[in-house]
Design a protein around this ligand. Structure first.
Ligand code: FAD
Length: 403
């Protein structure tokens, strides 16, 4: 039977070189816990040191013993090794003490060098529309267009995961200029022409029936953008946004969950990881895109995504949830959260890795289903997802941009 006191030994092997501390509540004081020397504190928490390669096994054991893991922290490097500086008791249990968590160096680095607000709404850059292509194929619903703008002569530069602002032409009902709307950038920092002179967007034309009059209403800016002709001027501001930046670490795991135009920043990520090959960035981690839409013809950038998947099968996974065509195991519509639930164990294993970043982008409200799927997975291991997710957010490894 696995004995947590062996954790220090396993931590010295190369594969198990990382060690984590579980804070556990609710462990039943019984023969099994006594046998393993779990001292149940008055506060109700016990702290258990676990090497990386035993994490899942230990989680299952804790769950069997009625425990709930309320936090998982990496044990800092200077607490590992031969154990001399580790505040561990001889039975391998962690002292009740605040742990240092390793700072996320990538996040810090990024903050130094992220371009923002190079062009402000009172002095936008006037770009030109270079192309405007329909992305929804026959049989799909709505209009979504891929637009490319010329930035020649501008100072505008941006990173994958940022957004730009667009000021639609014309005036509002009071005769005032329209306000800016934000759009996620769908191209890499180098632009679709790889000359650092363009920026691309993926825009859905907003259309809905007025709830009272029943009349069709079309969104101001999205109708303006999707209707642009090649050569038209466009007022561009920004860039903005630091929430959705791609980690610099080429070995990071990147989980992406998108509905509809939420794919825009992930197109930029995937193009940087796989399609464009640059000397300064060779992606070696796992990229996993979950994409949700209503019909197959609404899968945006489908051919290109599938081509990348076929070319890089070890590094890129692609999972669709097509709500009007596929069924979930309960016989209902297949939404992205059903795919999360289907792959919950693998996702749970991935999110525990300190180099895994999860990104959610698209329709407001999609986080609810994703949380439900992740809760189910975490629960199997006695972990409270909401608490665990707080830790991920703190470490800047859980990124959400919904609209
Ligand atoms: P508006 O004319 O501004 O109309 C919007 C208003 O219509 C809403 O405020 C609401 O009052 C009303 N409305 C909308 N739907 C309904 C409904 N079903 N029933 C009743 N009333 C309704 N969009 C993209 O297409 N692609 C992107 O990549 C993208 N990225 C974004 C990134 C960020 C960070 C943010 C904040 C938003 C992003 N958006 C994106 C959304 C975009 O900014 C606009 O909100 C969108 O295009 C609609 O703007 P509009 O001017 O066409 O609509």
């Amino acid at each position: 039977m696995y004995n947590p006191s062996a954790a220090g030994g396993a931590a010295n092997t190369q594969s198990g070189s990382r060690v984590f501390v579980y804070e556990v509540v609710g462990l039943r004081q019984n023969e099994a816990t006594d046998q393993n020397n779990y001292p149940i504190r008055r506060s109700g928490s016990v702290f258990i040191t676990v090497p990386y390669n035993r994490m899942n096994e230990e989680m299952r054991r804790i769950a069997r013993l009625g425990g709930q893991i309320v936090s998982i922290r990496p044990l800092s490097a200077n607490h590992q090794g031969n154990g001399t500086s580790a505040p561990e008791t001889t039975n391998g249990l962690q002292q009740e003490k605040k742990e240092e968590t390793k700072p996320m160096t990538q996040a810090k680095e990024k903050e130094k060098d992220v371009p923002v607000n190079i062009y402000r709404p009172n002095a936008p850059f006037i770009g030109k529309c270079l192309s405007n292509e329909e992305l929804v194929r026959e049989g799909g619903e709505g209009t979504v267009r891929h637009l490319k703008f010329d930035l020649t002569g501008s100072e505008l530069r941006y990173l994958e995961g940022q957004s730009i602002g667009i000021i639609p032409a014309g005036t509002d009902k009071d005769g005032k200029p329209h306000k800016i709307r934000l759009y996620s950038i769908a191209s890499t920092r180098h632009g679709d022409d790889l000359n650092d002179q363009t920026v691309s967007l993926c825009v859905r034309r907003l259309e809905y029936k007025h709830p009272e009059t029943g009349e069709m209403v079309y969104g101001v800016c999205s109708t303006y953008l999707t209707g642009l002709n090649v050569g038209d001027d466009v007022k561009i501001t920004g860039p903005v946004g630091k929430e959705m930046l791609l980690p610099d670490d080429p070995k990071a795991n990147v989980i992406m969950m998108a509905t509809g135009t939420g794919i825009a920043p992930f197109r930029a990520f995937l193009w940087r990881m796989f399609k464009e090959q640059h000397a300064d960035y060779k992606f070696e981690g796992l990229a996993w895109l979950f994409f949700g839409c209503a019909y197959t013809p609404n899968i945006l950038y489908k051919d290109e995504l599938e081509e990348l998947q076929a070319k890089f099968p070890d590094n890129f996974r692609l999972t669709y949830a097509i709500s009007r065509e596929q069924k979930n195991p309960q016989g209902g519509k297949m939404y992205i959260q059903d795919r999360i639930a289907e792959h919950a164990d693998q996702l749970w294993e991935l999110v525990q890795k300190s180099n895994t970043h999860t990104y959610i982008c698209g329709l407001k409200g999609m986080e609810g289903g994703i949380d439900a799927g992740m809760s189910g997975a975490a629960e199997k291991f006695g972990v409270v997802w909401a608490d665990y997710q707080k830790g991920l957010k703190k470490e800047k490894r859980w990124h959400v941009e919904t609209y």
